[in-house]
Write a protein that binds this ligand. Structure first.
Ligand SMILES: NC(=O)c1ccc[n+]([C@@H]2O[C@H](COP(=O)([O-])OP(=O)(O)OC[C@H]3O[C@@H](n4cnc5c(N)ncnc54)[C@H](OP(=O)(O)O)[C@@H]3O)[C@@H](O)[C@H]2O)c1
Length: 332
């Protein structure tokens, strides 16, 4: 069936400025790490993507290695883009990344200029694009000079193959060095993508304050701890869940569903219900309460999860008492 975009798609979404840049991102962004590969039904991929766009989500986050096999998420995104979303290309922010293993030999991972440049060309071809909106270095490389990695990002922007650049998984100290190098080159870093959820909080120590000071945006990934911070695992492990699917590529497994995690998730779910939210909605709201967060980067295996998750925007304010209770639950 021919796709007709929802005419009201921009009415309920919030758009936040990304750092000091001119770019606004939807408060929720959709990532295609899992559920968009060749092992996943393409009609479901399409349903999720179109639901996201119809809900006001403008930002879609990919990487060279997303999907099983690696690269297939970009291929499938490219197929759906061509079929349904190409008339809306200028309403979309499309991101890709390189840093993790992608092809054999010395040029297929990490942070050399050779790898980043070649990988972006492959990504553009897979997605059928002339340029991406944001291109990230996916993880720090301890062996390549930071100047080389950053100059690759600068080159990519100067050639018009990406409009903005970002870094991911960099600790605060190495991020600061990268920002300084990029500033000198005249291509400021747009955004940092760290892992952040109620269960993983390292960014609170010194990264969020650094990003605010530097005028760099922040887009936390895995805000639901891959599903642990939802109602999904409270009683059993559903057969169609990420944990039960035994995926590779860093996906959670049944071993991550520990009695301690479940105990905390159950107590958090009680508080969420008192707030009139699902645990997923409260977990996203808890991240979005901080205005230093430009957008929260969610995953989804079903279109209805998108509809459920965006409801977090109805209430991302917390009383002091609620925040204290969350701290107590997480500390126990
Ligand atoms: N830069 C990096 O190194 C890096 C690393 C990891 C991820 N990322 C990015 O971050 C994105 C999101 O990561 P993630 O998928 O781990 O995020 P997440 O939002 O923490 O987890 C997504 C999973 O949670 C479950 N879920 C989502 N919404 C739900 C809802 N409303 N109710 C119940 N369950 C719900 C689904 O699990 P089921 O599949 O079980 O239904 C879904 O697949 C990735 O796609 C990728 O773009 C980046």
């Amino acid at each position: 069936m021919e796709y007709q975009a929802n005419n009201h798609r921009y009415s309920d979404m919030e758009y936040r400025r990304c750092g000091n840049s001119g770019l606004k991102l939807s408060a929720l962004s959709l990532g295609l790490w899992h559920n968009f590969g060749n092992i996943d039904p393409i009609e479901n991929c399409r349903a999720i993507l179109l639901r996201a766009f119809d809900t006001g989500i403008t930002h879609f986050d990919l990487a060279n290695n997303y999907g099983q096999p690696s690269g297939s998420a970009e291929e499938n995104f490219g197929r759906i883009l061509k079929k349904d979303l190409l008339p809306h290309r200028d309403e979309l922010i499309i991101s890709s990344k390189a840093g993790y293993y992608m092809w054999p030999g010395p040029y297929g991972e990490w942070g050399s200029k050779k790898y980043l440049f070649a990988s972006l060309h492959q990504s553009l071809k897979r997605m059928g694009l002339d340029y991406v909106d944001i291109f990230y270095h996916h993880r720090p490389d301890p062996d390549t000079p930071l100047e080389e990695t950053m100059s690759a990002l600068d080159l990519i922007v100067r050639q018009g193959k990406a409009l903005y650049i970002g870094i991911s998984n960099y600790q605060a100290e190495e991020a600061k060095k990268a920002f300084d190098i990029l500033k000198k080159m005249g291509t400021p870093c747009l955004i940092h993508q760290p892992k952040y959820s109620m269960f993983v909080r390292w960014v609170e120590k010194n990264l969020l304050s650094l990003l605010e000071k530097e005028g760099v945006g922040c887009i936390p990934f895995s805000p639901l701890a891959q599903g642990l911070l939802t109602n999904k695992y409270l009683d059993h492990i559903p057969a169609d869940s990420r944990a039960a699917r035994k995926l590779q590529n860093g996906a959670m497994s049944e071993d991550d569903i520990t009695p301690d995690n479940i105990k905390k998730a159950r107590q958090l779910a009680v508080l969420a219900a008192e707030r009139g939210q699902s645990l997923a909605q409260m977990s996203l709201a808890w991240i979005l309460k901080d205005q230093r967060v430009s957008s929260v980067l969610i995953g989804a295996s079903k279109a209805d999860q998108i509809t459920d998750s965006v409801q977090c925007l109805k209430n991302y304010r917390f009383t002091e008492q609620e925040l204290k209770r969350i701290e107590q639950i997480l500390a126990n």
